[in-house]
Ligand binder design. Structure first.
Ligand code: HEC
Length: 188
């Protein structure tokens, strides 16, 4: 009788001990899905705004969409979802888009993956760091991006960028390169 009870206690301990690890794994999958949804909302709001502004007023005018709408969308998503979200780049235009050490590591990894032929469209990376779930989704350079991120841009764009971003490093890009990434975090 006693051995049976001991055995069942031992079995229970084994079951309980294996639970947290499993729960974390399941969570990671769900969190990744949540993060991808937020990135889609960000891109899905910003890109149409950008295209609309390009069409109505040209690239020099559309610069204000990037500089005003992008942080506003990030702020809105933050209050809607509780996630931290921002855009970062190894060659930032906005000095505030400078990556931290973890983001820098991931951005360099994205560049490597791109150089090895991976399509930036689905390129992402997730990791639990210091009690936070962190997620990054690469942003590849498409044709429309070249208006403001290529080596050569229209003179009025050149002038507008110079006026607004004297420290601009986000130039010289070509199609398919990694321009930067959405960086998300959630406290666990
Ligand atoms: C109309 C000009 C314009 C176009 C077109 C444009 N951008 Fe930008 N981009 C900007 C400006 C201006 C900023 C700085 C925004 C800010 O102040 O936060 C920026 C910032 C960024 C950032 C944030 C990191 C940083 O360097 O500050 C990323 C990532 C980015 N752009 C990616 C893209 C991608 C990808 C495309 C194409 C889908 C694109 N951009 C098209 C003007 C443009």
């Amino acid at each position: 009788m006693k051995t049976i009870r001991l055995a069942s206690v031992a079995a229970l301990v084994v079951v309980l001990a294996s639970l947290p690890a499993q729960a974390v794994e399941v969570d990671q999958k769900a969190l990744k899905k949540e993060a991808i949804g937020i990135v889609k909302r960000f891109g899905g709001t910003l890109k149409p705004e950008l295209k609309k502004a390009l069409k109505s007023g040209g690239p020099a005018h559309a610069i204000s969409v990037c500089s005003e709408k992008a942080p506003a969308i990030a702020q809105q998503l933050r209050s809607d979802t509780g996630w931290y979200i921002k855009r970062v780049s190894l060659k930032p235009r906005n000095p505030g888009a400078k990556p931290d050490a973890w983001e820098e590591k991931v951005l360099k990894m994205f560049d490597q993956r791109q150089a090895q032929g991976e399509d930036p469209k689905k390129m992402a990376y997730a990791e639990v760091v210091d009690g936070k779930f962190r997620f990054m989704k690469a942003q590849g350079v498409e044709k429309v991006c070249l208006n403001c991120h290529a080596a050569k841009v229209k003179p009025e764009v050149e002038a507008a960028l110079k006026a607004k971003y004297p420290m601009d490093k986000a130039r010289g890009y070509s199609l398919g390169q990694i321009r930067g990434a959405f960086s998300l975090a959630k406290d666990l």
